[in-house]
Structures are given as C-alpha cells and as structure tokens.
Design a binder for this molecule. Structure first.
Ligand code: BGC
Length: 740
C-alpha cells in the first residue's frame, strides 16, 4: 500500500515536472521555478519591451458597469494578460470583509444587479473591526484563507484587502473596515488576514497608505502630523503588518499627508516604505488617487482605475502613467530603470504569491464550509459589554422573549461601500440605496430564528421597534426583552456623531422602562454612545456579524458560545472626550493634537473615563493571572505569567500585556505590548509567554533617523483591559538604537 502510494507520488511528480518543463518552454514566465521571485522577475523583465513594461503599470477601471474593458470580469481593476510572455491578467477585486460583488443600480425602487451573479455568490465575514475584536490572528488567517479561496474559485487573483487605517476618528464611515486603534493589535490581525488570502495564491493589498483616517473630504484633506508621531502610530501599524503578512501590494490613499498627496509622497513611499522598510512589492494607487506622471518618481508603481475608453485617470481628463510616462522616459525626465523597477516589483509579487503556477480556476464554492468560517469569526469577535444579575446566558426554561427592532426577524446588518458583499441568496430584506453608490444590506441570518432553534420551548414575539410605545407593551408582557439596535456606516460618509440613529435611544429607554430584564444587541460600524446603559441589564456588541451573524448572536445569548471578544477601540462617553469634538470639515486635519496617542492612549494621557475601555470584554467564565516573570535579553523583553480559568465554564480569555516607558517618555502612559488568546477548561491554567517587539519600547528619534530605546526600568502590566491591570512588574532595559 505504502509502496503503491510512493510510486503513484513519483509518477505524479514526474508528470508535474514534465508539465512544468513543457509549460516553461511555451511560457517564459513559468521558467526557473527553483529561483527566487526576484531572480525570476529579473529574468522575465529582460524579455520585455518598453511597451510590455508600460502595459504592466496601468490598471483599468473594471467597476460597476457597462464600460468594462474587454476580457475583464467585473472586479475593480484589470490589467490584461501578456500571453506571449505567459503573464496572466490581473483581476483586482475589493475584499474589505469578503469578495465584493459589484451592485449595479437599476433605477429608483429596483434592486441592483450584480456583475457576477444575480443573487450574490460570495460569503461575507464579520466586519474587520469585529475580527479585530477576536484578538485572534488565527481567526483572521482563517477568514483570509476563506475569502482568498472564494476569489481563486471566481477567477480573481488580487484582493484589495488589508485595510489598517487606525481609528483616530471613531466617526469615520470606514471604521468597520479597519482594525481599531492600536498598531500592535491591528497589525497582528491584518498580518493574519493577508497571510490567509495569499495562502490561496491570491495577492492581497494592504491599504490605504497612509493616514486616510476619515472620509470627510477624503479626496482632498491633508492629515498633518509630526514625523515621530506618525512613525509611532499609523505607520507602525503598516510596518508591523507588512513584516507579518508580506502583502504583494500597498495601496496609496486618496488624502495628503503634511500637504503632499499619498501617491505623490516621496517621503512615505520611497524614503519610508521602500527605503527604511525595504518593501519589495508594488505600490498601486487607490482608484483615481494618482496626480500625474511625477507619482512614478515619488514611488507609485501602478495607477489603478484608468478609464479604458479614454486612457484618462478615473474621473479626470488627464493621464498619469499613459502617454506622459512614455514621453517622460523618452525625454529622460524619468529613467527607464524606474519603469523596470516598477515592473519588477509587480512581477516579483506575482511570483512570490504563486500567480503563475496556480492560476485561478472557476469552481463552485463550498458555501456551507465558508459560512462556518464566517460564523466562527463572529463568535470570537462578539463582545459582552455588560451582564448585570447574570442576565445572560438566557435561561433555557425561559418562557417568553420579546425581540425588538433591527430586522432581527430577518437578518443582520452589514456595512456599505466597496467592502460590502451581496449575500448568497440575496439580502434578508430589500436593499436600500445609500446617498450615493452605497447600499444598505442585511445578511439573511435571522437572530430571532436562530434563538428559536436554540430555545424551542420559548415563545418568541417580534416587534419592529418603529413605535416605542408598542415595543414597550410587548416588552412588558415578556420575561426578557432584547432590542437589536443598528448603526449603518459606509465608505464615503462619516457619522455626524456617536449617537445611534433613528431615535433608537428612545426605543431602548422605553423598553428598559417596561421590562427590567432588558438586553441590547448592537450591530454597528464603530463606537456608539449609550445614554440608557444603566437601565439595561446586558449589552452585546455584535458589530456587523456577517453571513452567519444571527447564529453567532443566538449562540452568545444562550451560552452555546462563551463570549470572548474584547474591544479593539475605546467607546467614549461622548464626542467631548475626543481630540476633535466635531469631525474636521476643513481641508487640513491636525493630528498633532493627539500625535501618536490614538484611542486609549489619548484617554489615558488626558485621564478621561471612557464608557468602555480598549481591551474590555466579559465572559461567562472568570480568569485570573499570577506568577509574573519578566526577563530581558538585549532589547527583547519577555513577559510570562499564568492564566487560570477560575469560573465554571470552558472559555477563551485575552490576557493583555501593557508597557510604560520610563521618565515620561512615550506618547501616553501605556502601550499594548503583547496579547494572546487562550482557551481553558474550568480549573485549567496555562503559562503564556509574550516577547515584546523592541519598537514598542522605543521612541522614534527623527534627527538620528532611528528607533531609540532609553535605559531604564519599564513598568509592565498584565490585565483584562487597558484599564484593568492585575499583575505589575518591570523590565530593566539597556539603552540601544535600531534602524528605522
Ligand atoms: C476605495 C478602495 C477600493 C477602491 C476600489 C476606493 O474608492 O477607497 O478601498 O479598494 O475604491 O474599489
């Protein structure tokens, strides 16, 4: 049997070798499979004409419509194949939370149609903010792997994923597409997601580089910030995530940084990304974020979103990398070596991720398996924020439950914009058009129906919440009232404030007044205020929970799932606590107000009490920490401690390690320096060991162009959140410096 298997394997290997060799003869791109991606890219480059290279650096707009370039498949971007060299077409598709499926407006009152499939054909994960709330890079990896696999089976080989703009502005309409306010947490989650996508031979981007932290005036606003502050915050998130995930491409953003467009920004692209960080992949622009041929010299390698009928940049009457690039090379204004480098970088990533050897194949999806990946991610990311009187989990003998609002009888809300995924089977209720090209969509996964399955003996009644008095009457006659409160957010539009929209606060107040056993489930894009918090027993933060959000929510409500999510963003009490009370409407936003002290760091520095702190999340079990050991070797500090499940249920905990810099150094009193998600049976303990990245002990020394660690004693805390420390120690660290 073993022998037979061996010889079958050998025969297979021979066939594979033969196929590879014959393909290599036919297609130059497939040659030299043992060589490194750089070597292979160089070799292929030698066979390319100026026109071939020029072809590679322009990507056509493939969105939404009738003017799709021939040969494209309705993704967001398209670079046609170069068959004579064996270079495949690039089909670049959005993937904020799943493989985006472009809705095409059919006119007033009509549901949109889709470029690929009428009823949607890909699986939405929870919002990436919800995945960040899992504090589990493996969950992010599994999600990335799932959406990468779906892309591959749809003929797509580049995903526009990996959004990691820090939550400086919690009213940002794209907060749900990003990973919260901390560079370490965001980068570990992003790194996991990107590795997952690329494991399927699909390139992932990381975006939007850099400081594209609000949607208001997103095409024009300048984010102004000092060098050290950006290196220690937003740029650190990119730096760490790129090291972890190795994304094939970086997407430069729409905005300016310190007065210079992101995609024209030599300092960001050439000095920092490609210089200091030695990033080997390519920089693609956001759609229409190019500003002329000079972007090539700044470090942009590919312009996206070009109108194939005119050759103009998206929404413009000029071209950046079309004829002007060739003319600039002919005139000697741009050296030919730059075009070679641009092309090399693109080919290098295509080789590194395996686009040549593993072309996408159209195959049916495993819808059930993919939905389970999404459900698992939602279950790990749901955060239990409040649970007075052990209101949750719901008792299995409960007799009557009122479910109120949020279309919970039908589905769960998802975020809008280029990250949105039209769900398989179509939305739970007709989609509603947003103010522009966005759609408000509910995924067909009803929390109410799932709850009924898990509590078959309970009588569950639904009220849509449109009339608070009517909802309160139902609540009054029920054992428990569960209000589903929603906040739809989307790309292109910021929230005016942190309040739940549509009078939902009044609805919750009315229900809570009628029933002292009230629970609020939130389906929202980012932090919201909770003026009713003291009047309800329990609050469950479910984010936009994705394809199986209803099942995940019901699991948490009934205790089938022990909640283990923790907040990746601070929930403020109100806008007055933010660095900017109102979202900036000007053309400049001053990020020097908070500098690198983003989110909890701002709250700690200003000694403000948030509604819920960063890192917070309850469980149906209890966890304790003990036996702290801190050791130092060179500039690496290792923190180990014991985590014990001292409650009655199996559960997952997220112990968090925070570090303080000595002598008042650093942007804030504490920085998250490490974490781990640990699964424990009741009574079980495990030792966790976390090694701190030296950059988290350092400040950025601008004149010295280096990271600098000061000698001193660094307080170390281990806790349940950024405001709840259990163990205290210190690390004795010697002075050192590191390359930027
Ligand atoms: C968004 C990007 C997206 C691109 C292509 C832009 O408007 O900012 O995140 O990848 O469109 O759809």
């Amino acid at each position: 049997m073993k022998l037979a298997r061996l010889s079958r394997t050998a025969a297979f290997a021979r066939t594979a070798l033969f196929t590879a060799l014959s393909l290599a003869c036919l297609t130059p791109a497939l040659a030299d499979q043992g060589a490194s991606p750089d070597q292979r890219a160089d070799k292929l480059l030698k066979r390319m004409s100026l026109e071939d290279m020029h072809h590679m650096v322009q990507s056509y707009n493939d969105m939404m419509t009738l003017q799709q370039p021939p040969g494209s498949m309705g993704a967001a971007g398209y670079v046609p194949a170069l068959p004579k060299l064996g270079i495949p077409a690039m089909q670049q598709n959005d993937a904020g939370i799943g493989v985006h499926n472009y809705p095409i407006d059919q006119g007033p009152g009509k549901q949109p149609k889709h470029v690929r499939g009428e009823e949607g054909n890909t699986t939405p994960l929870p919002s990436t903010l919800g995945i960040a709330a899992s504090w589990n890079p493996q969950v992010a990896y599994a999600g990335g792997r799932m959406i990468g696999g779906e892309a591959h089976r749809q003929g797509i080989n580049v995903l526009l994923a990996g959004g990691i703009n820090l939550t400086r502005e919690p009213r940002d309409g794209r907060t749900f597409e990003y990973l919260g306010e901390d560079p370490l947490l965001a980068s570990r989650i992003d790194g996991g997601e990107i590795r997952g996508i690329q494991s399927q031979h699909v390139i992932s981007t990381i975006k939007h580089y850099a400081l594209n932290d609000q949607e208001t005036n997103r095409l024009t606003v300048s984010a102004n910030i000092d060098e050290a502050a950006m290196r220690e915050s937003d740029l650190l998130a990119f730096e760490l995530a790129i090291e972890d995930g190795h994304p094939g491409s970086v997407m430069c953003g729409y905005n300016k940084v310190n007065g210079v467009w992101d995609c024209s920004n030599t300092h960001l692209l050439t000095d920092i990304l490609k210089g200091d960080w030695k990033y080997p992949g390519w920089v693609m622009t956001d759609w229409g974020a190019d500003h002329g041929v000079q972007d090539a010299m700044a470090g942009t390698d590919q312009v996206s979103g070009i109108d194939h009928t005119t050759g103009f940049s998206l929404g413009q009457t000029y071209s950046s990398f079309g004829a002007p690039l060739l003319q600039a090379i002919q005139k000697g204004d741009i050296p030919k070596s730059r075009l070679e480098d641009m092309t090399h970088r693109i080919l290098r990533s295509m080789y590194a991720v395996g686009l040549f050897e593993h072309p996408p194949e159209k195959k049916p999806l495993d819808v059930e398996a993919d939905a389970l990946v999404s459900q698992h991610a939602a279950e790990e990311g749901i955060v239990l924020l409040k649970n007075d009187h052990d209101q949750l989990p719901l008792h299995k003998d409960i007799k009557t439950i009122a479910i109120i609002g949020g279309h919970a009888d039908a589905g769960v809300l998802s975020g809008g914009g280029s990250a949105e995924v039209w769900p398989i089977g179509g939305p739970a209720i007709p989609a509603v058009k947003g103010p522009d090209w966005q759609w408000k969509v509910y995924d067909p996964s009803s929390p109410m129906k799932s709850l009924q399955k898990l509590l078959p003996n309970a009588k569950i009644a639904y009220d849509d919440g449109s009339d608070p008095a009517k909802a309160a009457a139902l609540a009054k006659s029920s054992d428990v009232a569960i209000v589903f409160a929603t906040q739809w957010t989307c790309e292109g539009i910021d929230q005016p404030n942190l309040a739940l929209p549509d009078n939902q606060d009044a609805l919750i107040e009315a229900v809570a007044a009628a029933n002292t056993h009230s629970v609020v489930v939130l389906e929202n894009g980012g932090p919201v205020k909770m003026p009713w918090l003291s009047k309800v027993d329990a609050v469950v933060e479910a984010w936009f929970p994705g394809a199986r959000g209803g099942e995940a929510i019901a699991g948490v409500l009934t205790g089938k799932v022990n909640p283990s999510g923790h907040l990746p963003v601070t929930f403020p009490q109100g806008e007055q606590q933010l660095p900017r009370v109102l979202i900036t409407q000007e053309q400049e936003v001053n990020y020097n107000i908070e500098g690198a002290a983003v989110g909890y760091k701002w709250f700690d520095k200003k000694n403000l009490q948030p509604l819920f702190p960063f890192g917070f999340g309850l469980s149906y079990s209890r966890f304790d920490y003990s036996d702290l050991h801190v050791s130092t070797q060179g500039d690496h500090v290792t923190v180990s401690f014991k985590v014990s499940n001292v409650g009655q249920r199996e559960g997952k905990d997220v112990p968090q390690v925070y570090v303080s810099l000595p002598d008042g150094l650093g942007e804030a009193p504490h920085r998250l320096a490490g974490f781990e998600k640990v699964s424990l049976q009741p009574g079980q303990s495990r030792t966790v060991s976390v090694t701190i990245d030296p950059r988290l002990l350092a400040t950025f020394d601008v004149p010295g162009h280096q990271w600098k660690i000061a000698a001193g004693s660094y307080p170390i805390q281990v806790g349940h959140s950024s405001r709840d420390f259990v163990l205290n120690g210190a690390a004795a660290v010697a002075a050192s410096t590191m390359a930027p």
